[in-house]
Design a protein. Structure first.
Length: 279
């Protein structure tokens, strides 16, 4: 069966948002079959899922090409290039779900925007870590070292907690920014940078916190990280949707496919520990 590529640019996302969003709806059908046979008696139709290209876009494309047709589902993924626009697009109905954020990020969005997005399940951990061109171990950070961290509340707190877990600083339990640091014995200098730009900052600072969604396109690997999150992290990415679609058969089937053992095997083989499937 011939693969089909479609490009979607919803009217609701035009204007200012179009400057930061690259929308590409990608869907395809597959000849792949499972051990139980081919085809499906149920046609669930199409679901639009907002995602950054790496890793979620690649993951959704693989699921669409290898598992979705058999399940009667057509996955159309809509590409975004930043963290700020996928949730508004889901809220206004331009997409049916998105896969790019953790629960804390979604809850922060809901609080700040008055939204009511919901999680229908954890899918994978995009393991974040500190990367450096000048040191090989986090213990080598000198007094007064410059450390680049994200400037959004979710990932800034995430970065600071990771440093605290190594005993380098002390933070409040609910830390979200630099005000939550309670002890900084080595007088580190922190540079707050847009999350998407942190991979580019690695050569200019002593260490930079980079999430997997931006580490992968930049060619960073776990071997280059001086600290990397463990699998007991609380920052697993979720499939988010609206309350109206929470029980939609397309959403339920997508969660099932994204957590299928074949999908987990694909994640492990493709990203080798930088992306960790939910247990």
């Amino acid at each position: 069966m011939t693969a089909r590529n479609r490009f979607v640019r919803p009217a609701a996302l035009l204007g200012a948002a179009a400057l930061t969003i690259s929308l590409a709806a990608c869907s395809s059908s597959s000849d792949a079959t499972s051990e139980s046979g081919s085809g499906s008696s149920e046609d669930l139709g199409t679901i639009k899922v907002g995602a950054l290209a790496v890793p979620a876009g690649d993951l959704l494309e693989w699921v669409d090409e290898n598992l979705a047709e058999e399940a009667g589902l057509d996955i159309e993924w809509v590409e975004f290039t930043d963290y700020n626009t996928p949730n508004p697009a889901l809220t206004d109905g331009s997409t049916d779900a998105n896969l790019f954020q953790n629960s804390t990020f979604m809850e922060t969005y809901n609080t700040q925007s008055g939204g009511d997005l919901v999680s229908v399940g954890e899918i994978y951990l995009p393991a974040a870590g500190f990367y450096s061109d000048t040191i090989e171990s986090i213990d080598e950070l000198k007094d007064g070292a410059t450390i680049a961290i994200p400037n959004d509340p979710t990932n800034e707190g995430r970065a600071l907690k990771l440093l605290a877990s190594e005993g380098l600083i002390e933070v409040e339990d609910d830390v979200t920014n630099l005000d939550g640091i309670t002890a900084n014995p080595q007088n580190f200098e922190f540079s707050e940078i847009e999350n998407a730009s942190l991979a580019l900052a690695v050569p200019d600072v002593d260490a930079a916190f980079v999430t997997a969604s931006f580490a992968l396109p930049a060619g960073l690997t776990t071997d280059q990280a001086v600290i990397i999150e463990s699998t007991d992290s609380t920052y697993y990415n979720i499939l988010a949707t609206t309350p109206e679609l929470e029980s939609d058969p397309r959403i339920e089937k997508l969660v099932e496919l994204l957590t299928d053992q074949r999908t987990k095997d694909f994640i492990d083989e493709t990203w080798k520990g930088l992306i960790v499937p939910v247990a």
